[in-house]
Design a protein around this ligand. Structure first.
Ligand code: GLU
Ligand code: MG
Length: 449
């Protein structure tokens, strides 16, 4: 029996086609997230699924460096010539709406070798590195978004209650449909709730292996967009849909285990953190200034990262500290998933595969280097005048730190690193002369799926 490179047989692929056809699917779209955090896609009639898996569909290398204004930020390795193949992962294919199915893809070269421009396989490589160190990584994500009218304006509201029942009652048709849709697609949301910002909601996803978590986030964003449009609305995943409004985060949670034993619990350190767990936190914080351009690198991102907004805008960690970049969650009866760290800095403009690779990779780096656990910041860091806690807010400086980072080059590879910097510099070039209000308006739906 013929096998594809991931071991799926051609008979299994034909059964998948039949199952999807039986579920009324006509169009199958495969997605890849570009370096600016925008999800790109290619579609085929569902009967072409085996070809999408085996030979892949053509995509220019420049797909990775399309920008929010749909211009291309060429790099030394990404020009107008050459072609890549987008190959669908059949294990993750799901029906997502009437007639429509989705699955994630990886970029391959024409000769069938993996492309160094593939974010998804970059994350898989960092996961493998963790495994070679005897570590199992699990990640979760919280996705915040803001609902608007279909044409992108504020919804007419008499009032908004942060985390309020009023917000649920007013939006119940949308929320019930969203929950049912997410459940049916296999995403399995952990929570669906109104956030503190006006018209802002959050879906949090269960912990999973890192690539599965990132795939689920891409799917969830698409489903949120689909359900919002069914209800005559749109969903913004901008870090700041309105310049004077509330920011949307895309926080990442990470837990690590060795031989079934967690690194963030059962140890001698504060809150049960083990020595290796402390090194992981040390690595995440040490890498943060260089990797900020991966976590929250859009031209709008730093406007969200302000003290007092629970976006974790201080380079420190603390138990349940919402103002610390790394919020530590201890193993308690109230935390059935076990101890983990939450990186609150991340926003929805990040390529989730690259952000997860950066977070896990910097934790591994801390473990390999035996970095110490930095001192805990147990109170609001805004009250401290310590310059070491300050987060760089100048976009050019954030990108310069990323560009010069040996850690980023190692984790992402030089081709991706150059592309991420090129895309974000292009954003700055086209937006620099505009007011904050104009920028927020121009980018309100740039990251919507
Ligand atoms: N909306 C906040 C942010 O920008 C996060 C609020 C929360 O802690 O859930 O990250
Ligand atoms: Mg939240």
């Amino acid at each position: 029996m013929d096998e594809t490179m991931d071991g799926t047989t051609s008979t299994e692929l034909e059964s998948l086609v039949s199952a999807l056809e039986g579920a009324g699917v006509d169009l199958l779209v495969g997605t890849a997230v570009d370096f600016g955090g925008v999800t790109r896609s290619k579609g085929v009639p569902v009967r072409r699924l085996p070809a999408f898996v085996e030979s892949g569909m053509g995509a220019s290398p420049s797909w990775n460096v399309f920008c929010v204004d749909n211009a291309i930020a060429f790099t030394s390795t990404i020009g107008v010539t050459g072609d890549l193949r987008l190959r669908l992962d059949p294990a993750r294919v799901r029906r997502i709406d009437d007639g429509l199915a989705w699955g994630p893809t990886d970029f391959y070269n024409q000769d069938g070798t993996p492309s160094p421009l593939c974010s998804r396989s970059r994350l898989a490589a960092v996961v493998q590195r963790a495994e070679s160190l005897g570590l199992v990584a699990t990640m979760g994500t919280e996705l915040e978004f803001t609902l608007t009218t279909a044409d992108g304006e504020r919804l007419p509201r008499p009032a908004w209650a942060a985390y309020g029942m009023q917000s649920v009652v007013t939006n119940r048709a949308f929320l019930v449909d969203l929950t049912a849709t997410l459940e049916a697609s296999g995403v399995g949301p952990e929570q669906v709730h109104a956030e503190y910002g006006i018209d802002q909601f959050e879906v949090s996803l269960a912990p999973a292996s890192p690539v599965a978590m990132a795939d689920a986030q891409v799917l969830t964003r698409a489903l949120i967009g689909i359900v919002a449009s069914r209800h005559g609305m749109a969903a913004s995943f901008s870090p700041l849909p309105w310049i004077d409004g509330t920011g949307n985060g895309a926080h990442l949670h990470l837990s690590l285990a060795r031989d079934g034993e967690p690194l963030f619990a059962g140890g001698e350190g504060p809150h049960g953190i083990t020595e290796a767990g402390g090194s992981a936190i040390g690595g995440i914080l040490a890498g943060l200034p260089e990797l900020l351009g991966v976590y929250a690198g859009s031209f709008l991102s730093s406007h969200r990262l302000q003290p007092g907004h629970w976006s974790g805008a201080a380079v420190c960690w603390g138990l349940e500290n919402r103002e610390a970049a790394v919020r530590f969650l201890a193993a308690t009866q109230g935390n059935p998933h076990g101890a983990n760290v939450e990186l609150k800095i991340v926003d929805p403009t990040a390529n989730i595969y690259l952000a997860a690779a950066a977070l896990l990779g910097s934790a591994l780096h801390g473990i390999e280097a035996g970095l110490p656990l930095p001192a805990e910041v147990a109170t609001d860091p805004a009250g401290r005048a310590d310059p070491a806690l300050a987060l760089e807010s100048d976009h050019a400086a954030v990108l310069a730190a990323l560009e010069g980072s040996a850690l980023a080059a190692e984790l992402l590879g030089p081709e991706i690193l150059e592309g991420v910097v090129a895309v974000r510099r292009h954003e700055a070039e086209v937006l620099a002369t505009r007011t904050g209000e104009e920028i927020a308006e121009a980018l309100r739906f740039a990251w919507s799926s």
